[in-house]
Design a binder for this molecule. Structure first.
Ligand code: PNS
Length: 167
C-alpha cells in the first residue's frame, strides 16, 4: 500500500489540480491532498474554505483524503507515512521551482521521493492566480474550476473581498 501526499495552497482548487489527483492513481494507492494552512502568500480563501472546496471536488474518490498541514511538508509526510510527494508540472517554467523544492525536501527527508506528474494539455495554462484575476474582473472560469468553486469565487468578490493579486 503506497501512500502519497499532494501538497499545495489550492487557493482555489482547479480542474488542473483534479487532473493531477486522477493521475496520481498510477503511482499511489492512497493520496492525501495536503492543503497548506498558512502559506507564505495571502490566500483568498481560508483553510476551512479550501478544505471544503477540495472535499467536494474529490467526493466519491475512495483513494483520496484531504488534510491541512503547517510547517515543513516532509514532517507531515512522515506523520502520515507517505513515501511519495506528488507535484504537477504544467510547463518547463514550473520545472526550476519544482526541482529546487524536491531537492530541498530530499535533503530534509531522503525517504520522501518526489514524483512530478505532467498535466493534461488543456490545463497547461491554468493557475489558481489566473482564476482569481479573471473572476475579480468579471470574466468566466466555467470549465476551469468546479461549479462549487465558481460560486464561491463569485461570492467572495461580490462580498467586496479586497484581494491583492500581486501576492
Ligand atoms: O501550490 P503551491 O503554493 O505551489 O504549494 C507550495 C507548497 C505548499 C507545496 C510549498 O510551499 C510547501 O511545501 N510548503 C511547506 C513548507 C516546506 O516544507 N518548505 C520546504 C520546501 S522547499
Amino acid at each position: 500500500m503506497r501512500t502519497a501526499v499532494y501538497p499545495g495552497s489550492f487557493d482555489p482548487i482547479t480542474l488542473g489540480h483534479l487532473d493531477i489527483i486522477h493521475r496520481s492513481r498510477a503511482v499511489a494507492d492512497r493520496l492525501i491532498v495536503a492543503i497548506m494552512a498558512n502559506p507564505r502568500k495571502n490566500t483568498l480563501f481560508s483553510a476551512e474554505e479550501r478544505v471544503a472546496q477540495v472535499r467536494k471536488a474529490v467526493a466519491g474518490m475512495k483513494h483520496v483524503q484531504v488534510r491541512t498541514f503547517d510547517g515543513l511538508l516532509v514532517n507531515f509526510a512522515k506523520h502520515v507515512s507517505a513515501d511519495v510527494i506528488i507535484r504537477g508540472l504544467r510547463a518547463m517554467s514550473d520545472f526550476e521551482y519544482e526541482f529546487q523544492m524536491s531537492l530541498m525536501n530530499r535533503r530534509l527527508r531522503p525517504e520522501s521521493e518526489t514524483v512530478l506528474l505532467i498535466s493534461a494539455e488543456p490545463w497547461t495554462y491554468l493557475s489558481s492566480s489566473a482564476i482569481k484575476e479573471i473572476v475579480k474582473f468579471g470574466g468566466s472560469v466555467k470549465g476551469l474550476v468546479t461549479p462549487y468553486v465558481e460560486d464561491e469565487l463569485r461570492r467572495k468578490f461580490r462580498d467586496g473581498h479586497d484581494f491583492h493579486l500581486s501576492t
